[in-house]
Design a binder for this molecule. Structure first.
Ligand code: NAD
Length: 287
């Protein structure tokens, strides 16, 4: 829970002016953006995209080294200030401490990106209660903690804001290979929609981002190498053939995240595979 990463700031603090050059600089320049799971993959790419827009970035990850690296690079890319915070998002007390620290030292977060997540494959009967707990603790509770703590600060400040939750196409695409993961993401999707209804009157938007397969550590490491790994591999290959989505870059997901905030989109299927699955699902927009 410690802030071992320490702050990585742009030198002496003074009035914050936008240094952003990205296409969203006007929208996000000088804003405070907190991204969880910012040490890798989609979270890191998102931190960079906000940095490019001149936002002040809080990079949160349970891995100190990678969060620190993200903050350093965010500064180089254009963030006037960037900090690394080492926190496990599933730890409610650590998240409370983080929320208090951020509000006290950096300010009220304008954009919160609850992105930290872990993968887990395995058939339903091969998924142990411990597995279920682990996945739900990070993927669902991490998002609940973030929304409760930072959403409350946004609401109390009364100047609007935006919350982005990284769900997944798995949220509307049943899979024998990923029951726990898919359930956690379906819950994140519904939570996002409920919270969107709750906060809409206060100028606070909530978006659920639903990528299909993206080229990050989560898809290339042991996370998804459970008992049904072979089947999952086959499914991924099929998808790749169908949609040509091999190597979908996290940067494109980051771009979709910034766009979702700008356009205040509720549910955003990102990859071609995810858009197809969304249209075929019961969550498809009605004509
Ligand atoms: P990744 O493994 O590259 O990055 C995840 C980051 O989150 C890592 O830096 C990790 O240290 C951090 N993290 C994990 N558990 C944490 C915790 N308890 N507290 C704090 N940090 C934690 O994976 P990614 O693909 O970038 O995943 C980001 C999000 O996108 C996840 O929620 C994932 O479920 C979702 N997603 C990914 C894909 C995909 O194909 N890559 C598809 C749909 C959704």
């Amino acid at each position: 829970t410690a802030n071992e990463g320490g702050p990585v700031t742009a030198g002496e603090s003074g009035p914050v002016t936008s240094t952003g050059t990205g296409k969203y600089a006007e929208r996000f320049g000088g804003q405070l953006v907190l991204v969880t799971g910012a040490g890798s993959g989609i979270g890191r790419a998102t931190a960079f995209a906000f940095a490019e827009a001149g936002a002040r970035v809080v990079a949160v990850d349970r891995d100190t080294e990678s969060a620190t690296r993200t903050a350093e690079l965010a500064r180089l890319i254009g963030a006037p200030e960037a900090w690394a915070e080492t926190v496990d998002v599933s730890d409610g007390q650590a998240m409370e401490k983080l929320a208090a620290k951020v509000a006290g030292e950096y300010g009220v977060v304008d954009v919160l990106v609850n992105n930290a997540g872990i993968g887990l494959s395995g058939s339903f009967f091969d998924t142990t209660p411990e597995d279920w707990k682990k996945v739900l603790d990070v993927n669902l509770w991490g998002v609940i903690h973030g929304c409760r703590l930072f959403g409350k600060q946004m609401a109390e400040r009364g100047q609007g804001g935006h919350i982005v939750n990284t769900a997944s196409a798995a949220a509307f695409q049943p899979s024998k290979a990923l029951p726990a993961y898919s359930t956690s993401k379906a819950a994140v999707l519904m939570l996002s929609e409920c919270l969107r209804a709750e906060l809409s009157g206060q100028g606070i938007g909530v978006s659920a981002i639903c990528p299909g397969l993206v080229n990050t550590n989560i898809t290339s490491t042991a996370h998804f190498a459970g008992v049904d790994a072979a089947e999952e591999k086959r499914r991924q290959k099929r998808s790749a053939r169908l949609y040509g989505l091999r190597n979908y870059p996290p940067e494109k997901v980051a771009d979709a995240i910034l766009r979702a905030v700008v356009r205040d989109q509720a549910v955003v299927p990102v990859t071609p595979e995810a858009r197809g699955a969304h249209l075929l699902s019961r969550f498809a927009p009605r004509a």
